[in-house]
Design a protein around this ligand. Structure first.
Ligand code: SF4
Length: 773
């Protein structure tokens, strides 16, 4: 291939990415996955470097060109005295059991670095060393080959040649994308009320590289109103990627619909290369074609020969361009590769990626890791961002459930007996030290964590030789243990007040929880990795609470978009004569049932009624059945399958009549859309406060210490968010008419009313001073 002239566009590729593209073949094999954590990896590299002499150079930046390619990377180490280039891999387990294709990939990286080193230092020959560092044993296994520069140069050129067509296609795609985005027009004749202001705010924030918090009501068209300006801002800001992250499947679906409206899903066959490539990421358990099998070539046919067929699948996928779950699956199955892992591959090559928030925020977030690896400039749109507080806590927390480890112990092979016995002894010792149903520990239980770490290693080593069935208790305990070890490390890096270690006893069993109290510092680190992050939701009030919990700086703008709805569309009633406090529940049943029956008889139609618990829900349901047996009703059950959920919602037909009972903060409390006559009213018989229990009281104490406002941060603000979300199901469009009954005397407090949407008009005289607790 002729070298590119100086004016030609260049394509930059990291050594690792180049080799992953060119030097992988054979099966996908996830048996060799007990990888060290990032921290262990860094520490391992430091140990290796510290064992070399003073002359040893580590993290040596190297760069080389070939045609339009600029290949860059940092070699782990170079010993100029021995003329030895080292590629260090931290690992666990027996290296002889490592799949050949993985070893070949490591050699390819080492050789490319060695070729670049020979070029840069004008060396005729060099020792190329693969250093496998066992983090448990702190032992090195070094594989060395001496190679001359011509051999290495030929190897380097061969890799570049295998990549160059793809790189040129990528360069052409960048141009096509910039052109497509430049021409992108808003797909409707006009914006909805408030939608233009929303879009302008998003465009401005991305163009000025600022994060932004947006409270925008339902009906404004948030999804299109954020995606459109974010796409328009991409060329000007030279953004590589746009990630639309959401906590719910419905959010993903709405984003795909918005992109379809913007023309992104048009078949690109006639037009050739699609202007913008879109990818929907879904969880492995939803994407897996063979859940009964393990992810390696000996078990799963879609893992066997995966890398040999990947180039064809990848090419077909970029030509398809709009890769929602169904399209990606079709491409994958046509090429006989795993759809889930094809999706992971396509995340490298798609411009807009739609997926769960965990792809950016969790401890092993793929999109965040890719962004760092490729040094992409990305904008991140976070839909229903109020959920990120709880999701953040869940992502940065872990649990040791005694029953799960006991089950693993029962089925574990003899090879794990010692390590599991030791783990069990540490657990029992911890329980002996701490008596009581609920104990908040003063310090993290280090001995138990060490035993868990040992368990993680031993299972990993065992899996190298003997695959463990996907649904086994042992594998579940192993995943739990890995998460605990990871979170214990993370907690160690945080302010001590941001984590809670507690033990809860239930009968003969107990659970140790590593609870994240405030996800802010961990989330903040992820926000920093984005060019701009736009967080939007119908409920981001009060701004200071969400800023504090989500880790957004005090200078992050918080904007509220005017509602497209008018007060005339929604009657808001306040049943201030009823208390739903736990102690007053019994007395509240009859008045609530009367109120619901009265409303239903006055205006028959579909209603939702929300309660703080299943018990309360059942009691009111019985009271209503007794008081007004003519009112049709149906209830959310404690555990519902997807078909059962669908059946619950299917009763809300335009001509339907009845009341659906649900739990506030549950699956029907947000993210469902029942426009027009499908839902004409809601009853909210609770303030949405979290249950009063020792855990929540501990959270309150921590919030008090951190923010000086324990009750509001732990109970009130999250509770009112749930109320507004639930009530927000009623008015979904400017044509809707509906009614809301807020049932509790505390809704009369001015402070609580100030947290409700401004466009709601409360009845005159609704405000009184009532004890908030
Ligand atoms: S189809 Fe399922 S088992 Fe097979 S490789 Fe994919 S995720 Fe693993």
């Amino acid at each position: 291939m002729a070298p590119a002239d100086a004016e030609s566009p260049r394509y930059r590729v990291a050594v690792r990415a180049l080799c992953e593209f060119t030097a992988r073949s054979g099966d996908l094999d996830l048996r060799f996955t007990p990888a060290p954590t990032a921290q262990q990896g860094i520490a391992g590299h430091q140990v290796v470097a510290s064992r070399r002499g003073e002359h040893y150079e580590h993290e040596v930046t190297l760069e080389g060109r070939y045609g339009a390619l600029i290949v860059r990377g940092r070699a782990d180490g170079y010993d100029p005295v021995r003329q030895r280039l080292e590629e260090v891999k931290t690992r666990r387990g027996d290296i002889d059991a490592m799949p050949d294709n993985q070893r070949a990939l490591h050699w390819a990286q080492a050789k490319v670095y060695a070729a670049l080193m020979c070029r840069e230092r004008e060396l005729e020959a060099i020792e190329v060393a693969l250093v496998y560092f066992d983090i448990e044993q702190q032992r090195e296994t070094v594989l060395v080959e001496t190679m001359d520069r011509h051999t290495l140069e030929a190897f380097f050129i061969a890799q570049c040649e295998r990549f160059i067509d793809w790189a040129e296609q990528e360069l052409a795609h960048e141009t096509a994308r910039a052109q497509a985005l430049g021409q992108l027009a808003f797909p409707h004749a006009d914006f909805r009320p408030g939608q233009r202001a929303l879009a302008e705010s998003v465009f401005k924030a991305i163009s000025t590289r600022r994060d932004l918090m947006l409270q925008a009501p339902t009906g404004i068209g948030k999804t299109l109103g954020t995606l459109f300006p974010a796409l328009k801002a991409m060329p000007g800001q030279q953004l590589d990627r746009l990630f639309f992250l959401t906590a719910r499947t419905t959010g993903r679906r709405l984003a795909l619909e918005a992109l379809t409206t913007l023309g992104m899903a048009n078949s690109c066959e006639e037009a050739g290369e699609p202007g913008v490539r879109t990818l929907e990421l879904i969880a492995r358990d939803k994407a897996c074609e063979h859940p009964e099998l393990a992810c390696h070539g000996d078990s799963c046919p879609l893992a066997s020969g995966f890398y040999d067929r990947l180039p064809g699948a990848r090419q077909a996928a970029v030509q398809q361009g709009f890769l929602d779950h169904d399209s990606l699956r079709s491409v994958a199955l046509a090429h006989r590769v795993c759809p889930y892992y094809l999706g992971q591959e396509m995340a490298h090559w798609c411009d807009v990626v739609i997926g769960d928030v965990n792809y950016w925020f969790d401890t092993s977030a793929m999109l965040y890791a890719l962004t760092r690896q490729h040094q992409w400039r990305v904008s991140v749109l976070i839909d229903e961002a109020h959920n990120l507080v709880e999701r953040g806590r869940a992502m940065y927390g872990a649990e040791f459930d005694q029953n799960r480890f006991a089950a693993a112990r029962r089925e574990a092979p003899a090879a794990l007996k010692r390590v599991l016995d030791r783990l069990w002894r540490q657990w029992k010792a911890l329980l002996r030290e701490h008596d009581g149903d609920y104990i908040c520990l003063d310090a993290p239980p280090r001995k138990l964590f060490n035993a868990l770490s040992q368990f993680v290693t031993s299972v990993g080593d065992l899996m190298v030789e003997t695959p463990i069935a996907l649904e086994s208790a042992l594998l579940e305990a192993w995943f739990d243990a890995m998460q605990i070890v990871r979170i214990a490390e993370l907690a160690g890096e945080c302010d001590a007040s941001h984590y809670l270690f507690d033990i809860e006893r239930r009968g003969r069993s107990a659970t140790l929880s590593l609870r994240n109290v405030v996800p802010a510092p961990l989330l903040a680190a992820r926000f920093e990795g984005a060019h701009a992050a736009i967080l939007f939701s119908a409920t981001l009030s009060p701004g200071h609470y969400y800023r504090d919990q989500l880790g957004l700086g005090s200078s992050t703008p918080w904007l509220e978009m005017a509602s497209p709805f008018t007060a005339g569309q929604l009657e808001v009633h306040l049943a201030g004569h009823i208390s739903t406090r736990y102690r007053d529940r019994r007395a509240s049943l009859a008045p609530i049932a009367e109120l619901m029956a009265h409303q239903f008889h006055q205006r028959p139609g579909n209603y939702l009624a929300f309660f703080s618990s299943f018990d309360y829900l059942e009691q009111v349901s019985e009271a209503l059945a007794e008081h007004a047996p003519d009112v049709p009703q149906w209830s959310q059950a404690r555990r519902m399958s997807e078909p059962e959920r669908d059946a619950f919602l299917a009763r809300f037909t335009p001509k339907g009549q009845g009341i659906g009972f649900a739990v506030l903060g549950g699956i029907f409390g947000e993210g469902i859309d029942l426009p027009g006559e499908r839902l004409i009213g809601a009853f909210v018989a609770t303030l949405g406060l979290a249950q009063f229990n020792p855990v929540n009281e501990q959270m309150k104490t921590r919030m008090e210490a951190l923010f000086g406002d324990g009750y509001r941060y732990a109970y009130l603000y999250p509770g009112i968010t749930r109320v507004v979300q639930a009530a927000g199901r009623v008015i979904r469009s400017p044509e809707d008419q509906g009614v809301i009954h807020l049932i509790d005397d505390r809704f009369r407090r001015g402070e609580i009313q100030a947290l409700l949407p401004r466009w709601w008009t409360l009845p005159p005289g609704a405000r009184h001073n009532v004890d908030i607790r």
